[in-house]
Design a protein around this ligand. Structure first.
Ligand code: HDE
Length: 682
């Protein structure tokens, strides 16, 4: 491997260094490098006179400011990203010749951008929406982009419908309402009249679309891609990211409240986790189907509205991605990054999935308008870590200075360079798939079943997950104005489950459907979040206390929580040091004015001076809300009385105790469960 094709985790970082700048401690200059003597007052004819055109520094500063904004992404405008590395566990040589998937232990730098889909760039982050999960691998053979979502299927089967879907979901054009929400007429009108959406809608109304954290959601490549090995043999593949922290979600009421209390909830969570050294980890999994098995399934494997149930086609874990570095500059990195499902490396190829095929056109096209021309690959965040040479020239913002007169192929003046490479030399050679057929604009018959996997999804849900879906249907359709739309949607989903549709109809006050249901009883346990990994790692615990709390004991519980990898944070009536008995002091980072129970995973109620009635009132309402969101709750000392007065003691997931050791053990156990759905909250 040549020196400029290094793949260790730092090479991308080094590459970027030449573009990174730290302005601290430097002299101010214009963009031409001229030192600036005055930056507060523009050049005027007399102190009270008019500003002069000749003030070039003023003009340059203002012009640059006037042009600071670029068009936001037409979808996935609201996003947040981080750098990291991907480490391969197991060689994939048998299936692919992609170099970054050959040597176990090899590391490839990555950049990952998470996003919502519908909202504009300034919208809240905890809205009900699909999340984008886009990964750029900076490999020695060029950039490979796995541009996925946190849901394994999509709304539509053919890319030609994407503009319709997005027009329907975005704010309605006559009044630009509502922002970042699917709960409106045009979206549900689209659903009812495009029934291929059925499966995706079941996911959309499940807890998957209100993730607790970017760190706690799965990622999926969605499409069926193709892996090709050195012998040219192909295999169908689906890609999965599995979060080490498990898959966890918010409660809908909580998600809505967070949208107001902290619209930056998810980015703050990711940023802080990385700053604290709690590096998010995701394992990469692949499902592989032999080409000879293409037609062995009761669905078409090229249909993006279908999953390959994990129980039928197991997910093989092949590596791990660790996000370990925040960006230095949001705009230069997160905003300017340009992903494209067509950025592939030798050994990774496409299939005829009509949704994927359309994406291969759209992504470059969208970068051209968003990033203002064809040279966006030269932006530091988009540059491959390997050298790139071709005969492309000029265009807005060109940075490369190509030497010499030759910019065409074939040529003799430059000995016919840059020259092409054979497959053996690492040249990308498209998979020679045999294709034949008539030119048609039609849906394949094998793409016509829209409901079987929607039923599979429903069958796989736990009791509480099913309740959440019914509530989500009732919320979303309840916000629609047209009864016609509600009726059509309810009739459509009677095909998935009649009782579910009837319950939704009752909640909406419309006539319940009489016919429907499905005979499919198959379930896929992997689809339920209740079967996910449970761990207390990095969970945020609000510790409610006031002066006079039991000093040493509480101090040691808080320390122990920290040592176990949780994040206890003191909430009190004032910021600063709060004094307990035995002269112990703990620092309050939040007050009841700045913090809210929805911003924490669990609450530990401590108490303090019993005569402090205001504290007792504040703590009561804080813990009552956490209780109603099924959160783990713990109490010691006077805190127990607060729970007692609010009738919470002895409820599921509520832990109280006199012995610190037992309390800690039980409380951490309760936190690792995430939510106690079986709790009676009424
Ligand atoms: Fe995208 N999508 N998409 N999409 N998509 C974009 O490209 C598009 C689809 C996804 O963090 C756009 O650079 C079409 C599926 C992510 O920068 C645009 C179709 C999946 C991101 C575009 C789809 C995705 C985008 C807008 C139907 C999951 C954000 C800005 C065929 C597998 C990437 C941009 C980032 C962004 C087009 C469907 C994921 C317009 C035409 C399916 C994660 O090009």
């Amino acid at each position: 491997m040549s020196d400029d094709r290094k793949v260790d985790g730092n090479s991308k970082h080094e590459q970027l260094e030449q573009f990174r700048t730290d302005d601290r401690g430097k002299k101010m200059t214009t963009n031409q490098g001229l030192k600036v003597s005055e930056d507060e007052f523009s050049l005027k004819a007399g102190v009270r006179g008019p500003t002069l055109m000749e003030d070039f520094h003023f003009r340059e500063k203002m012009t640059h400011f006037d042009h600071e904004r670029i068009p936001e992404r037409v979808v996935h405008a609201r996003g947040y990203a981080a750098h990291g590395e991907f480490e391969l566990y197991e060689s994939m040589e048998k299936y692919t010749k992609a170099k970054f998937l050959q040597i176990p232990g090899s590391k490839t730098p990555v950049f990952v951008r998470f996003s919502t889909v519908a909202g504009s760039r300034g919208s809240a982050e905890t809205v009900r929406d699909v999340r984008g999960f886009a990964t750029k691998f900076y490999t020695e053979e060029g950039n490979y982009d796995l541009v996925g979502n946190n849901i394994p299927v999509f709304f539509i089967q053919d890319a030609i419908k994407f503009p319709d879907l997005i027009h329907a979901v975005k704010p309605e054009p006559h009044n630009e309402i509502p922002q970042a929400a699917t709960a409106h007429d045009t979206f549900w009108d689209f659903v009812a009249n495009n029934q291929e959406t059925a499966h995706m809608i079941m996911w959309h109304l499940s807890d998957r679309t209100i993730p607790r954290s970017f760190r706690m959601m799965e990622g999926f490549g969605v499409h069926t891609f193709r892996l090709v090995n050195a012998e040219g043999k192909g295999h169908f593949v689906k890609f999965h990211w599995k979060p080490k922290l498990g898959i966890h979600s918010l409660v809908w009421d909580e998600a809505q409240k967070i949208s107001g209390k902290d619209p930056d909830f998810h980015r703050t969570d990711l940023y802080e986790a990385i700053e604290n050294g709690d590096f998010p980890e995701f394992e990469l999994g692949v499902q592989i189907i032999d080409e000879s098995d293409e037609f062995k399934f009761d669905f078409d494997i090229l249909d993006s509205t279908k999953i390959w149930p994990e129980e039928d086609v197991p997910v093989q874990i092949i590596g791990k991605m660790t996000l370990n570095r925040n960006v230095d500059n949001y705009f230069a990195e997160t905003e300017q990054v340009a992903f494209h499902p067509g950025h592939v490396v030798p050994g990774i190829d496409f299939t005829n999935d009509p949704l994927l095929q359309g994406r291969l056109f759209s992504y470059t096209d969208t970068q051209l308008i968003r990033l203002g021309g064809p040279n966006f690959h030269e932006l530091p965040i988009n540059r491959p870590v390997c050298p790139f040479h071709n005969n492309q020239r000029d265009g807005y913002g060109r940075q490369t200075i190509n030497k010499g007169p030759v910019s065409y192929h074939n040529n003799s003046l430059a000995q016919n360079t840059p020259e092409t490479s054979t497959a053996d030399e690492g040249g990308y050679v498209h998979y020679e798939e045999k294709v034949e057929g008539r030119k048609v604009q039609a849906r394949s018959d094998s793409f016509r079943d829209h409901f079987s996997q929607a039923v599979l999804f429903w069958n796989s849900m736990s009791v509480s997950e099913k309740e959440h879906i019914i509530e989500a249907f009732s919320f979303e359709l309840g916000k629609c104005k047209e009864n016609r739309i509600k009726e059509q949607v309810v009739d459509m989903f009677a095909n998935v489950n009649l009782e579910m549709a009837q319950q939704v109809a009752v909640n909406l006050g419309i006539k319940p459907p009489e016919h429907g249901g499905s005979s499919i009883t198959k379930a896929s346990p992997a689809l339920s979040q209740e079967n996910t990994r449970k761990t207390p790692d990095t969970r945020k615990v609000a510790v409610l206390l006031t002066d006079g709390y039991s000093g040493k004991e509480v101090h040691s519980i808080v320390n122990d929580l920290q040592e176990k990898g949780l994040q206890p944070e003191i909430v009190a009536e004032r910021l600063g040091m709060i004094t307990g008995t035995e002269e112990v002091q703990l620092e309050a980072k939040h007050t009841f004015i700045t913090a809210d129970s929805v911003l924490f995973d669990a609450v530990y109620v401590v108490g303090g001076e019993v005569s402090n009635l205001t504290f007792f009132e504040n703590a009561s309402s804080f813990v009552k809300e956490a209780f109603s969101h099924y959160k783990p709750i713990g109490a010691t000392h006077e805190g127990i009385r607060i729970l007692q007065e609010n009738n919470m003691l002895n409820s599921i997931g509520v832990v109280s105790g006199e012995s610190a050791e037992k309390f800690l053990h039980d409380f951490v156990g309760s936190i690792s469960v995430h939510r106690h759905w079986a709790r009676d909250v009424i």
